[in-house]
Design a protein around this ligand. Structure first.
Ligand SMILES: Nc1nc2c(c(=O)[nH]1)N[C@H]1C(S)=C(S)[C@@H](COP(=O)(O)O)O[C@H]1N2
Ligand SMILES: [Mo]
Length: 155
């Protein structure tokens, strides 16, 4: 699975890939520089976001986001206030190859409130902006939503 969905509060829905994100961010570094013991190649979250917003918004002024929600293939997700993402990095490769177990990408939040925010196997990035701007705390866990069919079966 190499596809990553992006949902932006003002710009809408996009699809990208780890390779495309790394190229846009421009600079890669060993993730161990920010997370001792972690292995692989990463790029800076904020560097990617600035490059991406410039590319997709053109000359339009877009308000700064207040939060990032990442969704993983196993339905684990994390909600992270934007101000915890100052040192955040995205792991996208190991030994020059795409990530295997934790791919397509993994987020690391070195100065975040919890290691549990280092979400593996991210398939969707939701960049949000809401009224509670800056007052919220990070949350994480497995999503508990079921389709109508699943609910009927589980009865
Ligand atoms: N996709 C996904 N990412 C995840 C989790 C998970 O269950 N699924 N667990 C989180 C939790 S609770 C922790 S503590 C860390 C553990 O990271 P590690 O396996 O590198 O120690 O991964 C986080 N990322
Ligand atoms: Mo955890």
């Amino acid at each position: 699975m190499h596809e990553i969905k992006i949902e932006h509060f003002e710009l809408g829905a996009f699809t990208t890939s780890p390779e495309e994100m790394a190229i846009l961010a421009g600079v890669s570094f060993p993730i161990a520089h920010r997370v001792p013991g972690a292995v692989g190649e990463a790029f800076d979250w904020q560097l990617w976001y600035s490059a991406w917003i410039e590319k997709v918004s053109g000359a339009d002024a877009i308000p700064a986001p207040s939060e990032l929600t990442v969704e993983a293939a196993d339905t684990f997700e994390a909600f992270i206030p934007w101000d915890q993402l100052g040192e955040a990095a995205v792991l996208y490769g190991q030994n020059g190859e795409p990530l295997q177990k934790t791919g397509p990408i993994r987020l690391y939040v070195p100065n975040g409130s919890s290691k549990c925010l280092n979400v593996k196997s991210i398939v969707k990035l939701r960049i949000g902006h809401n009224a509670a701007n800056g007052t919220e705390e990070a949350t994480y866990g497995f999503k508990h939503t079921f389709s109508a069919d699943e609910l009927r079966k589980n009865k």
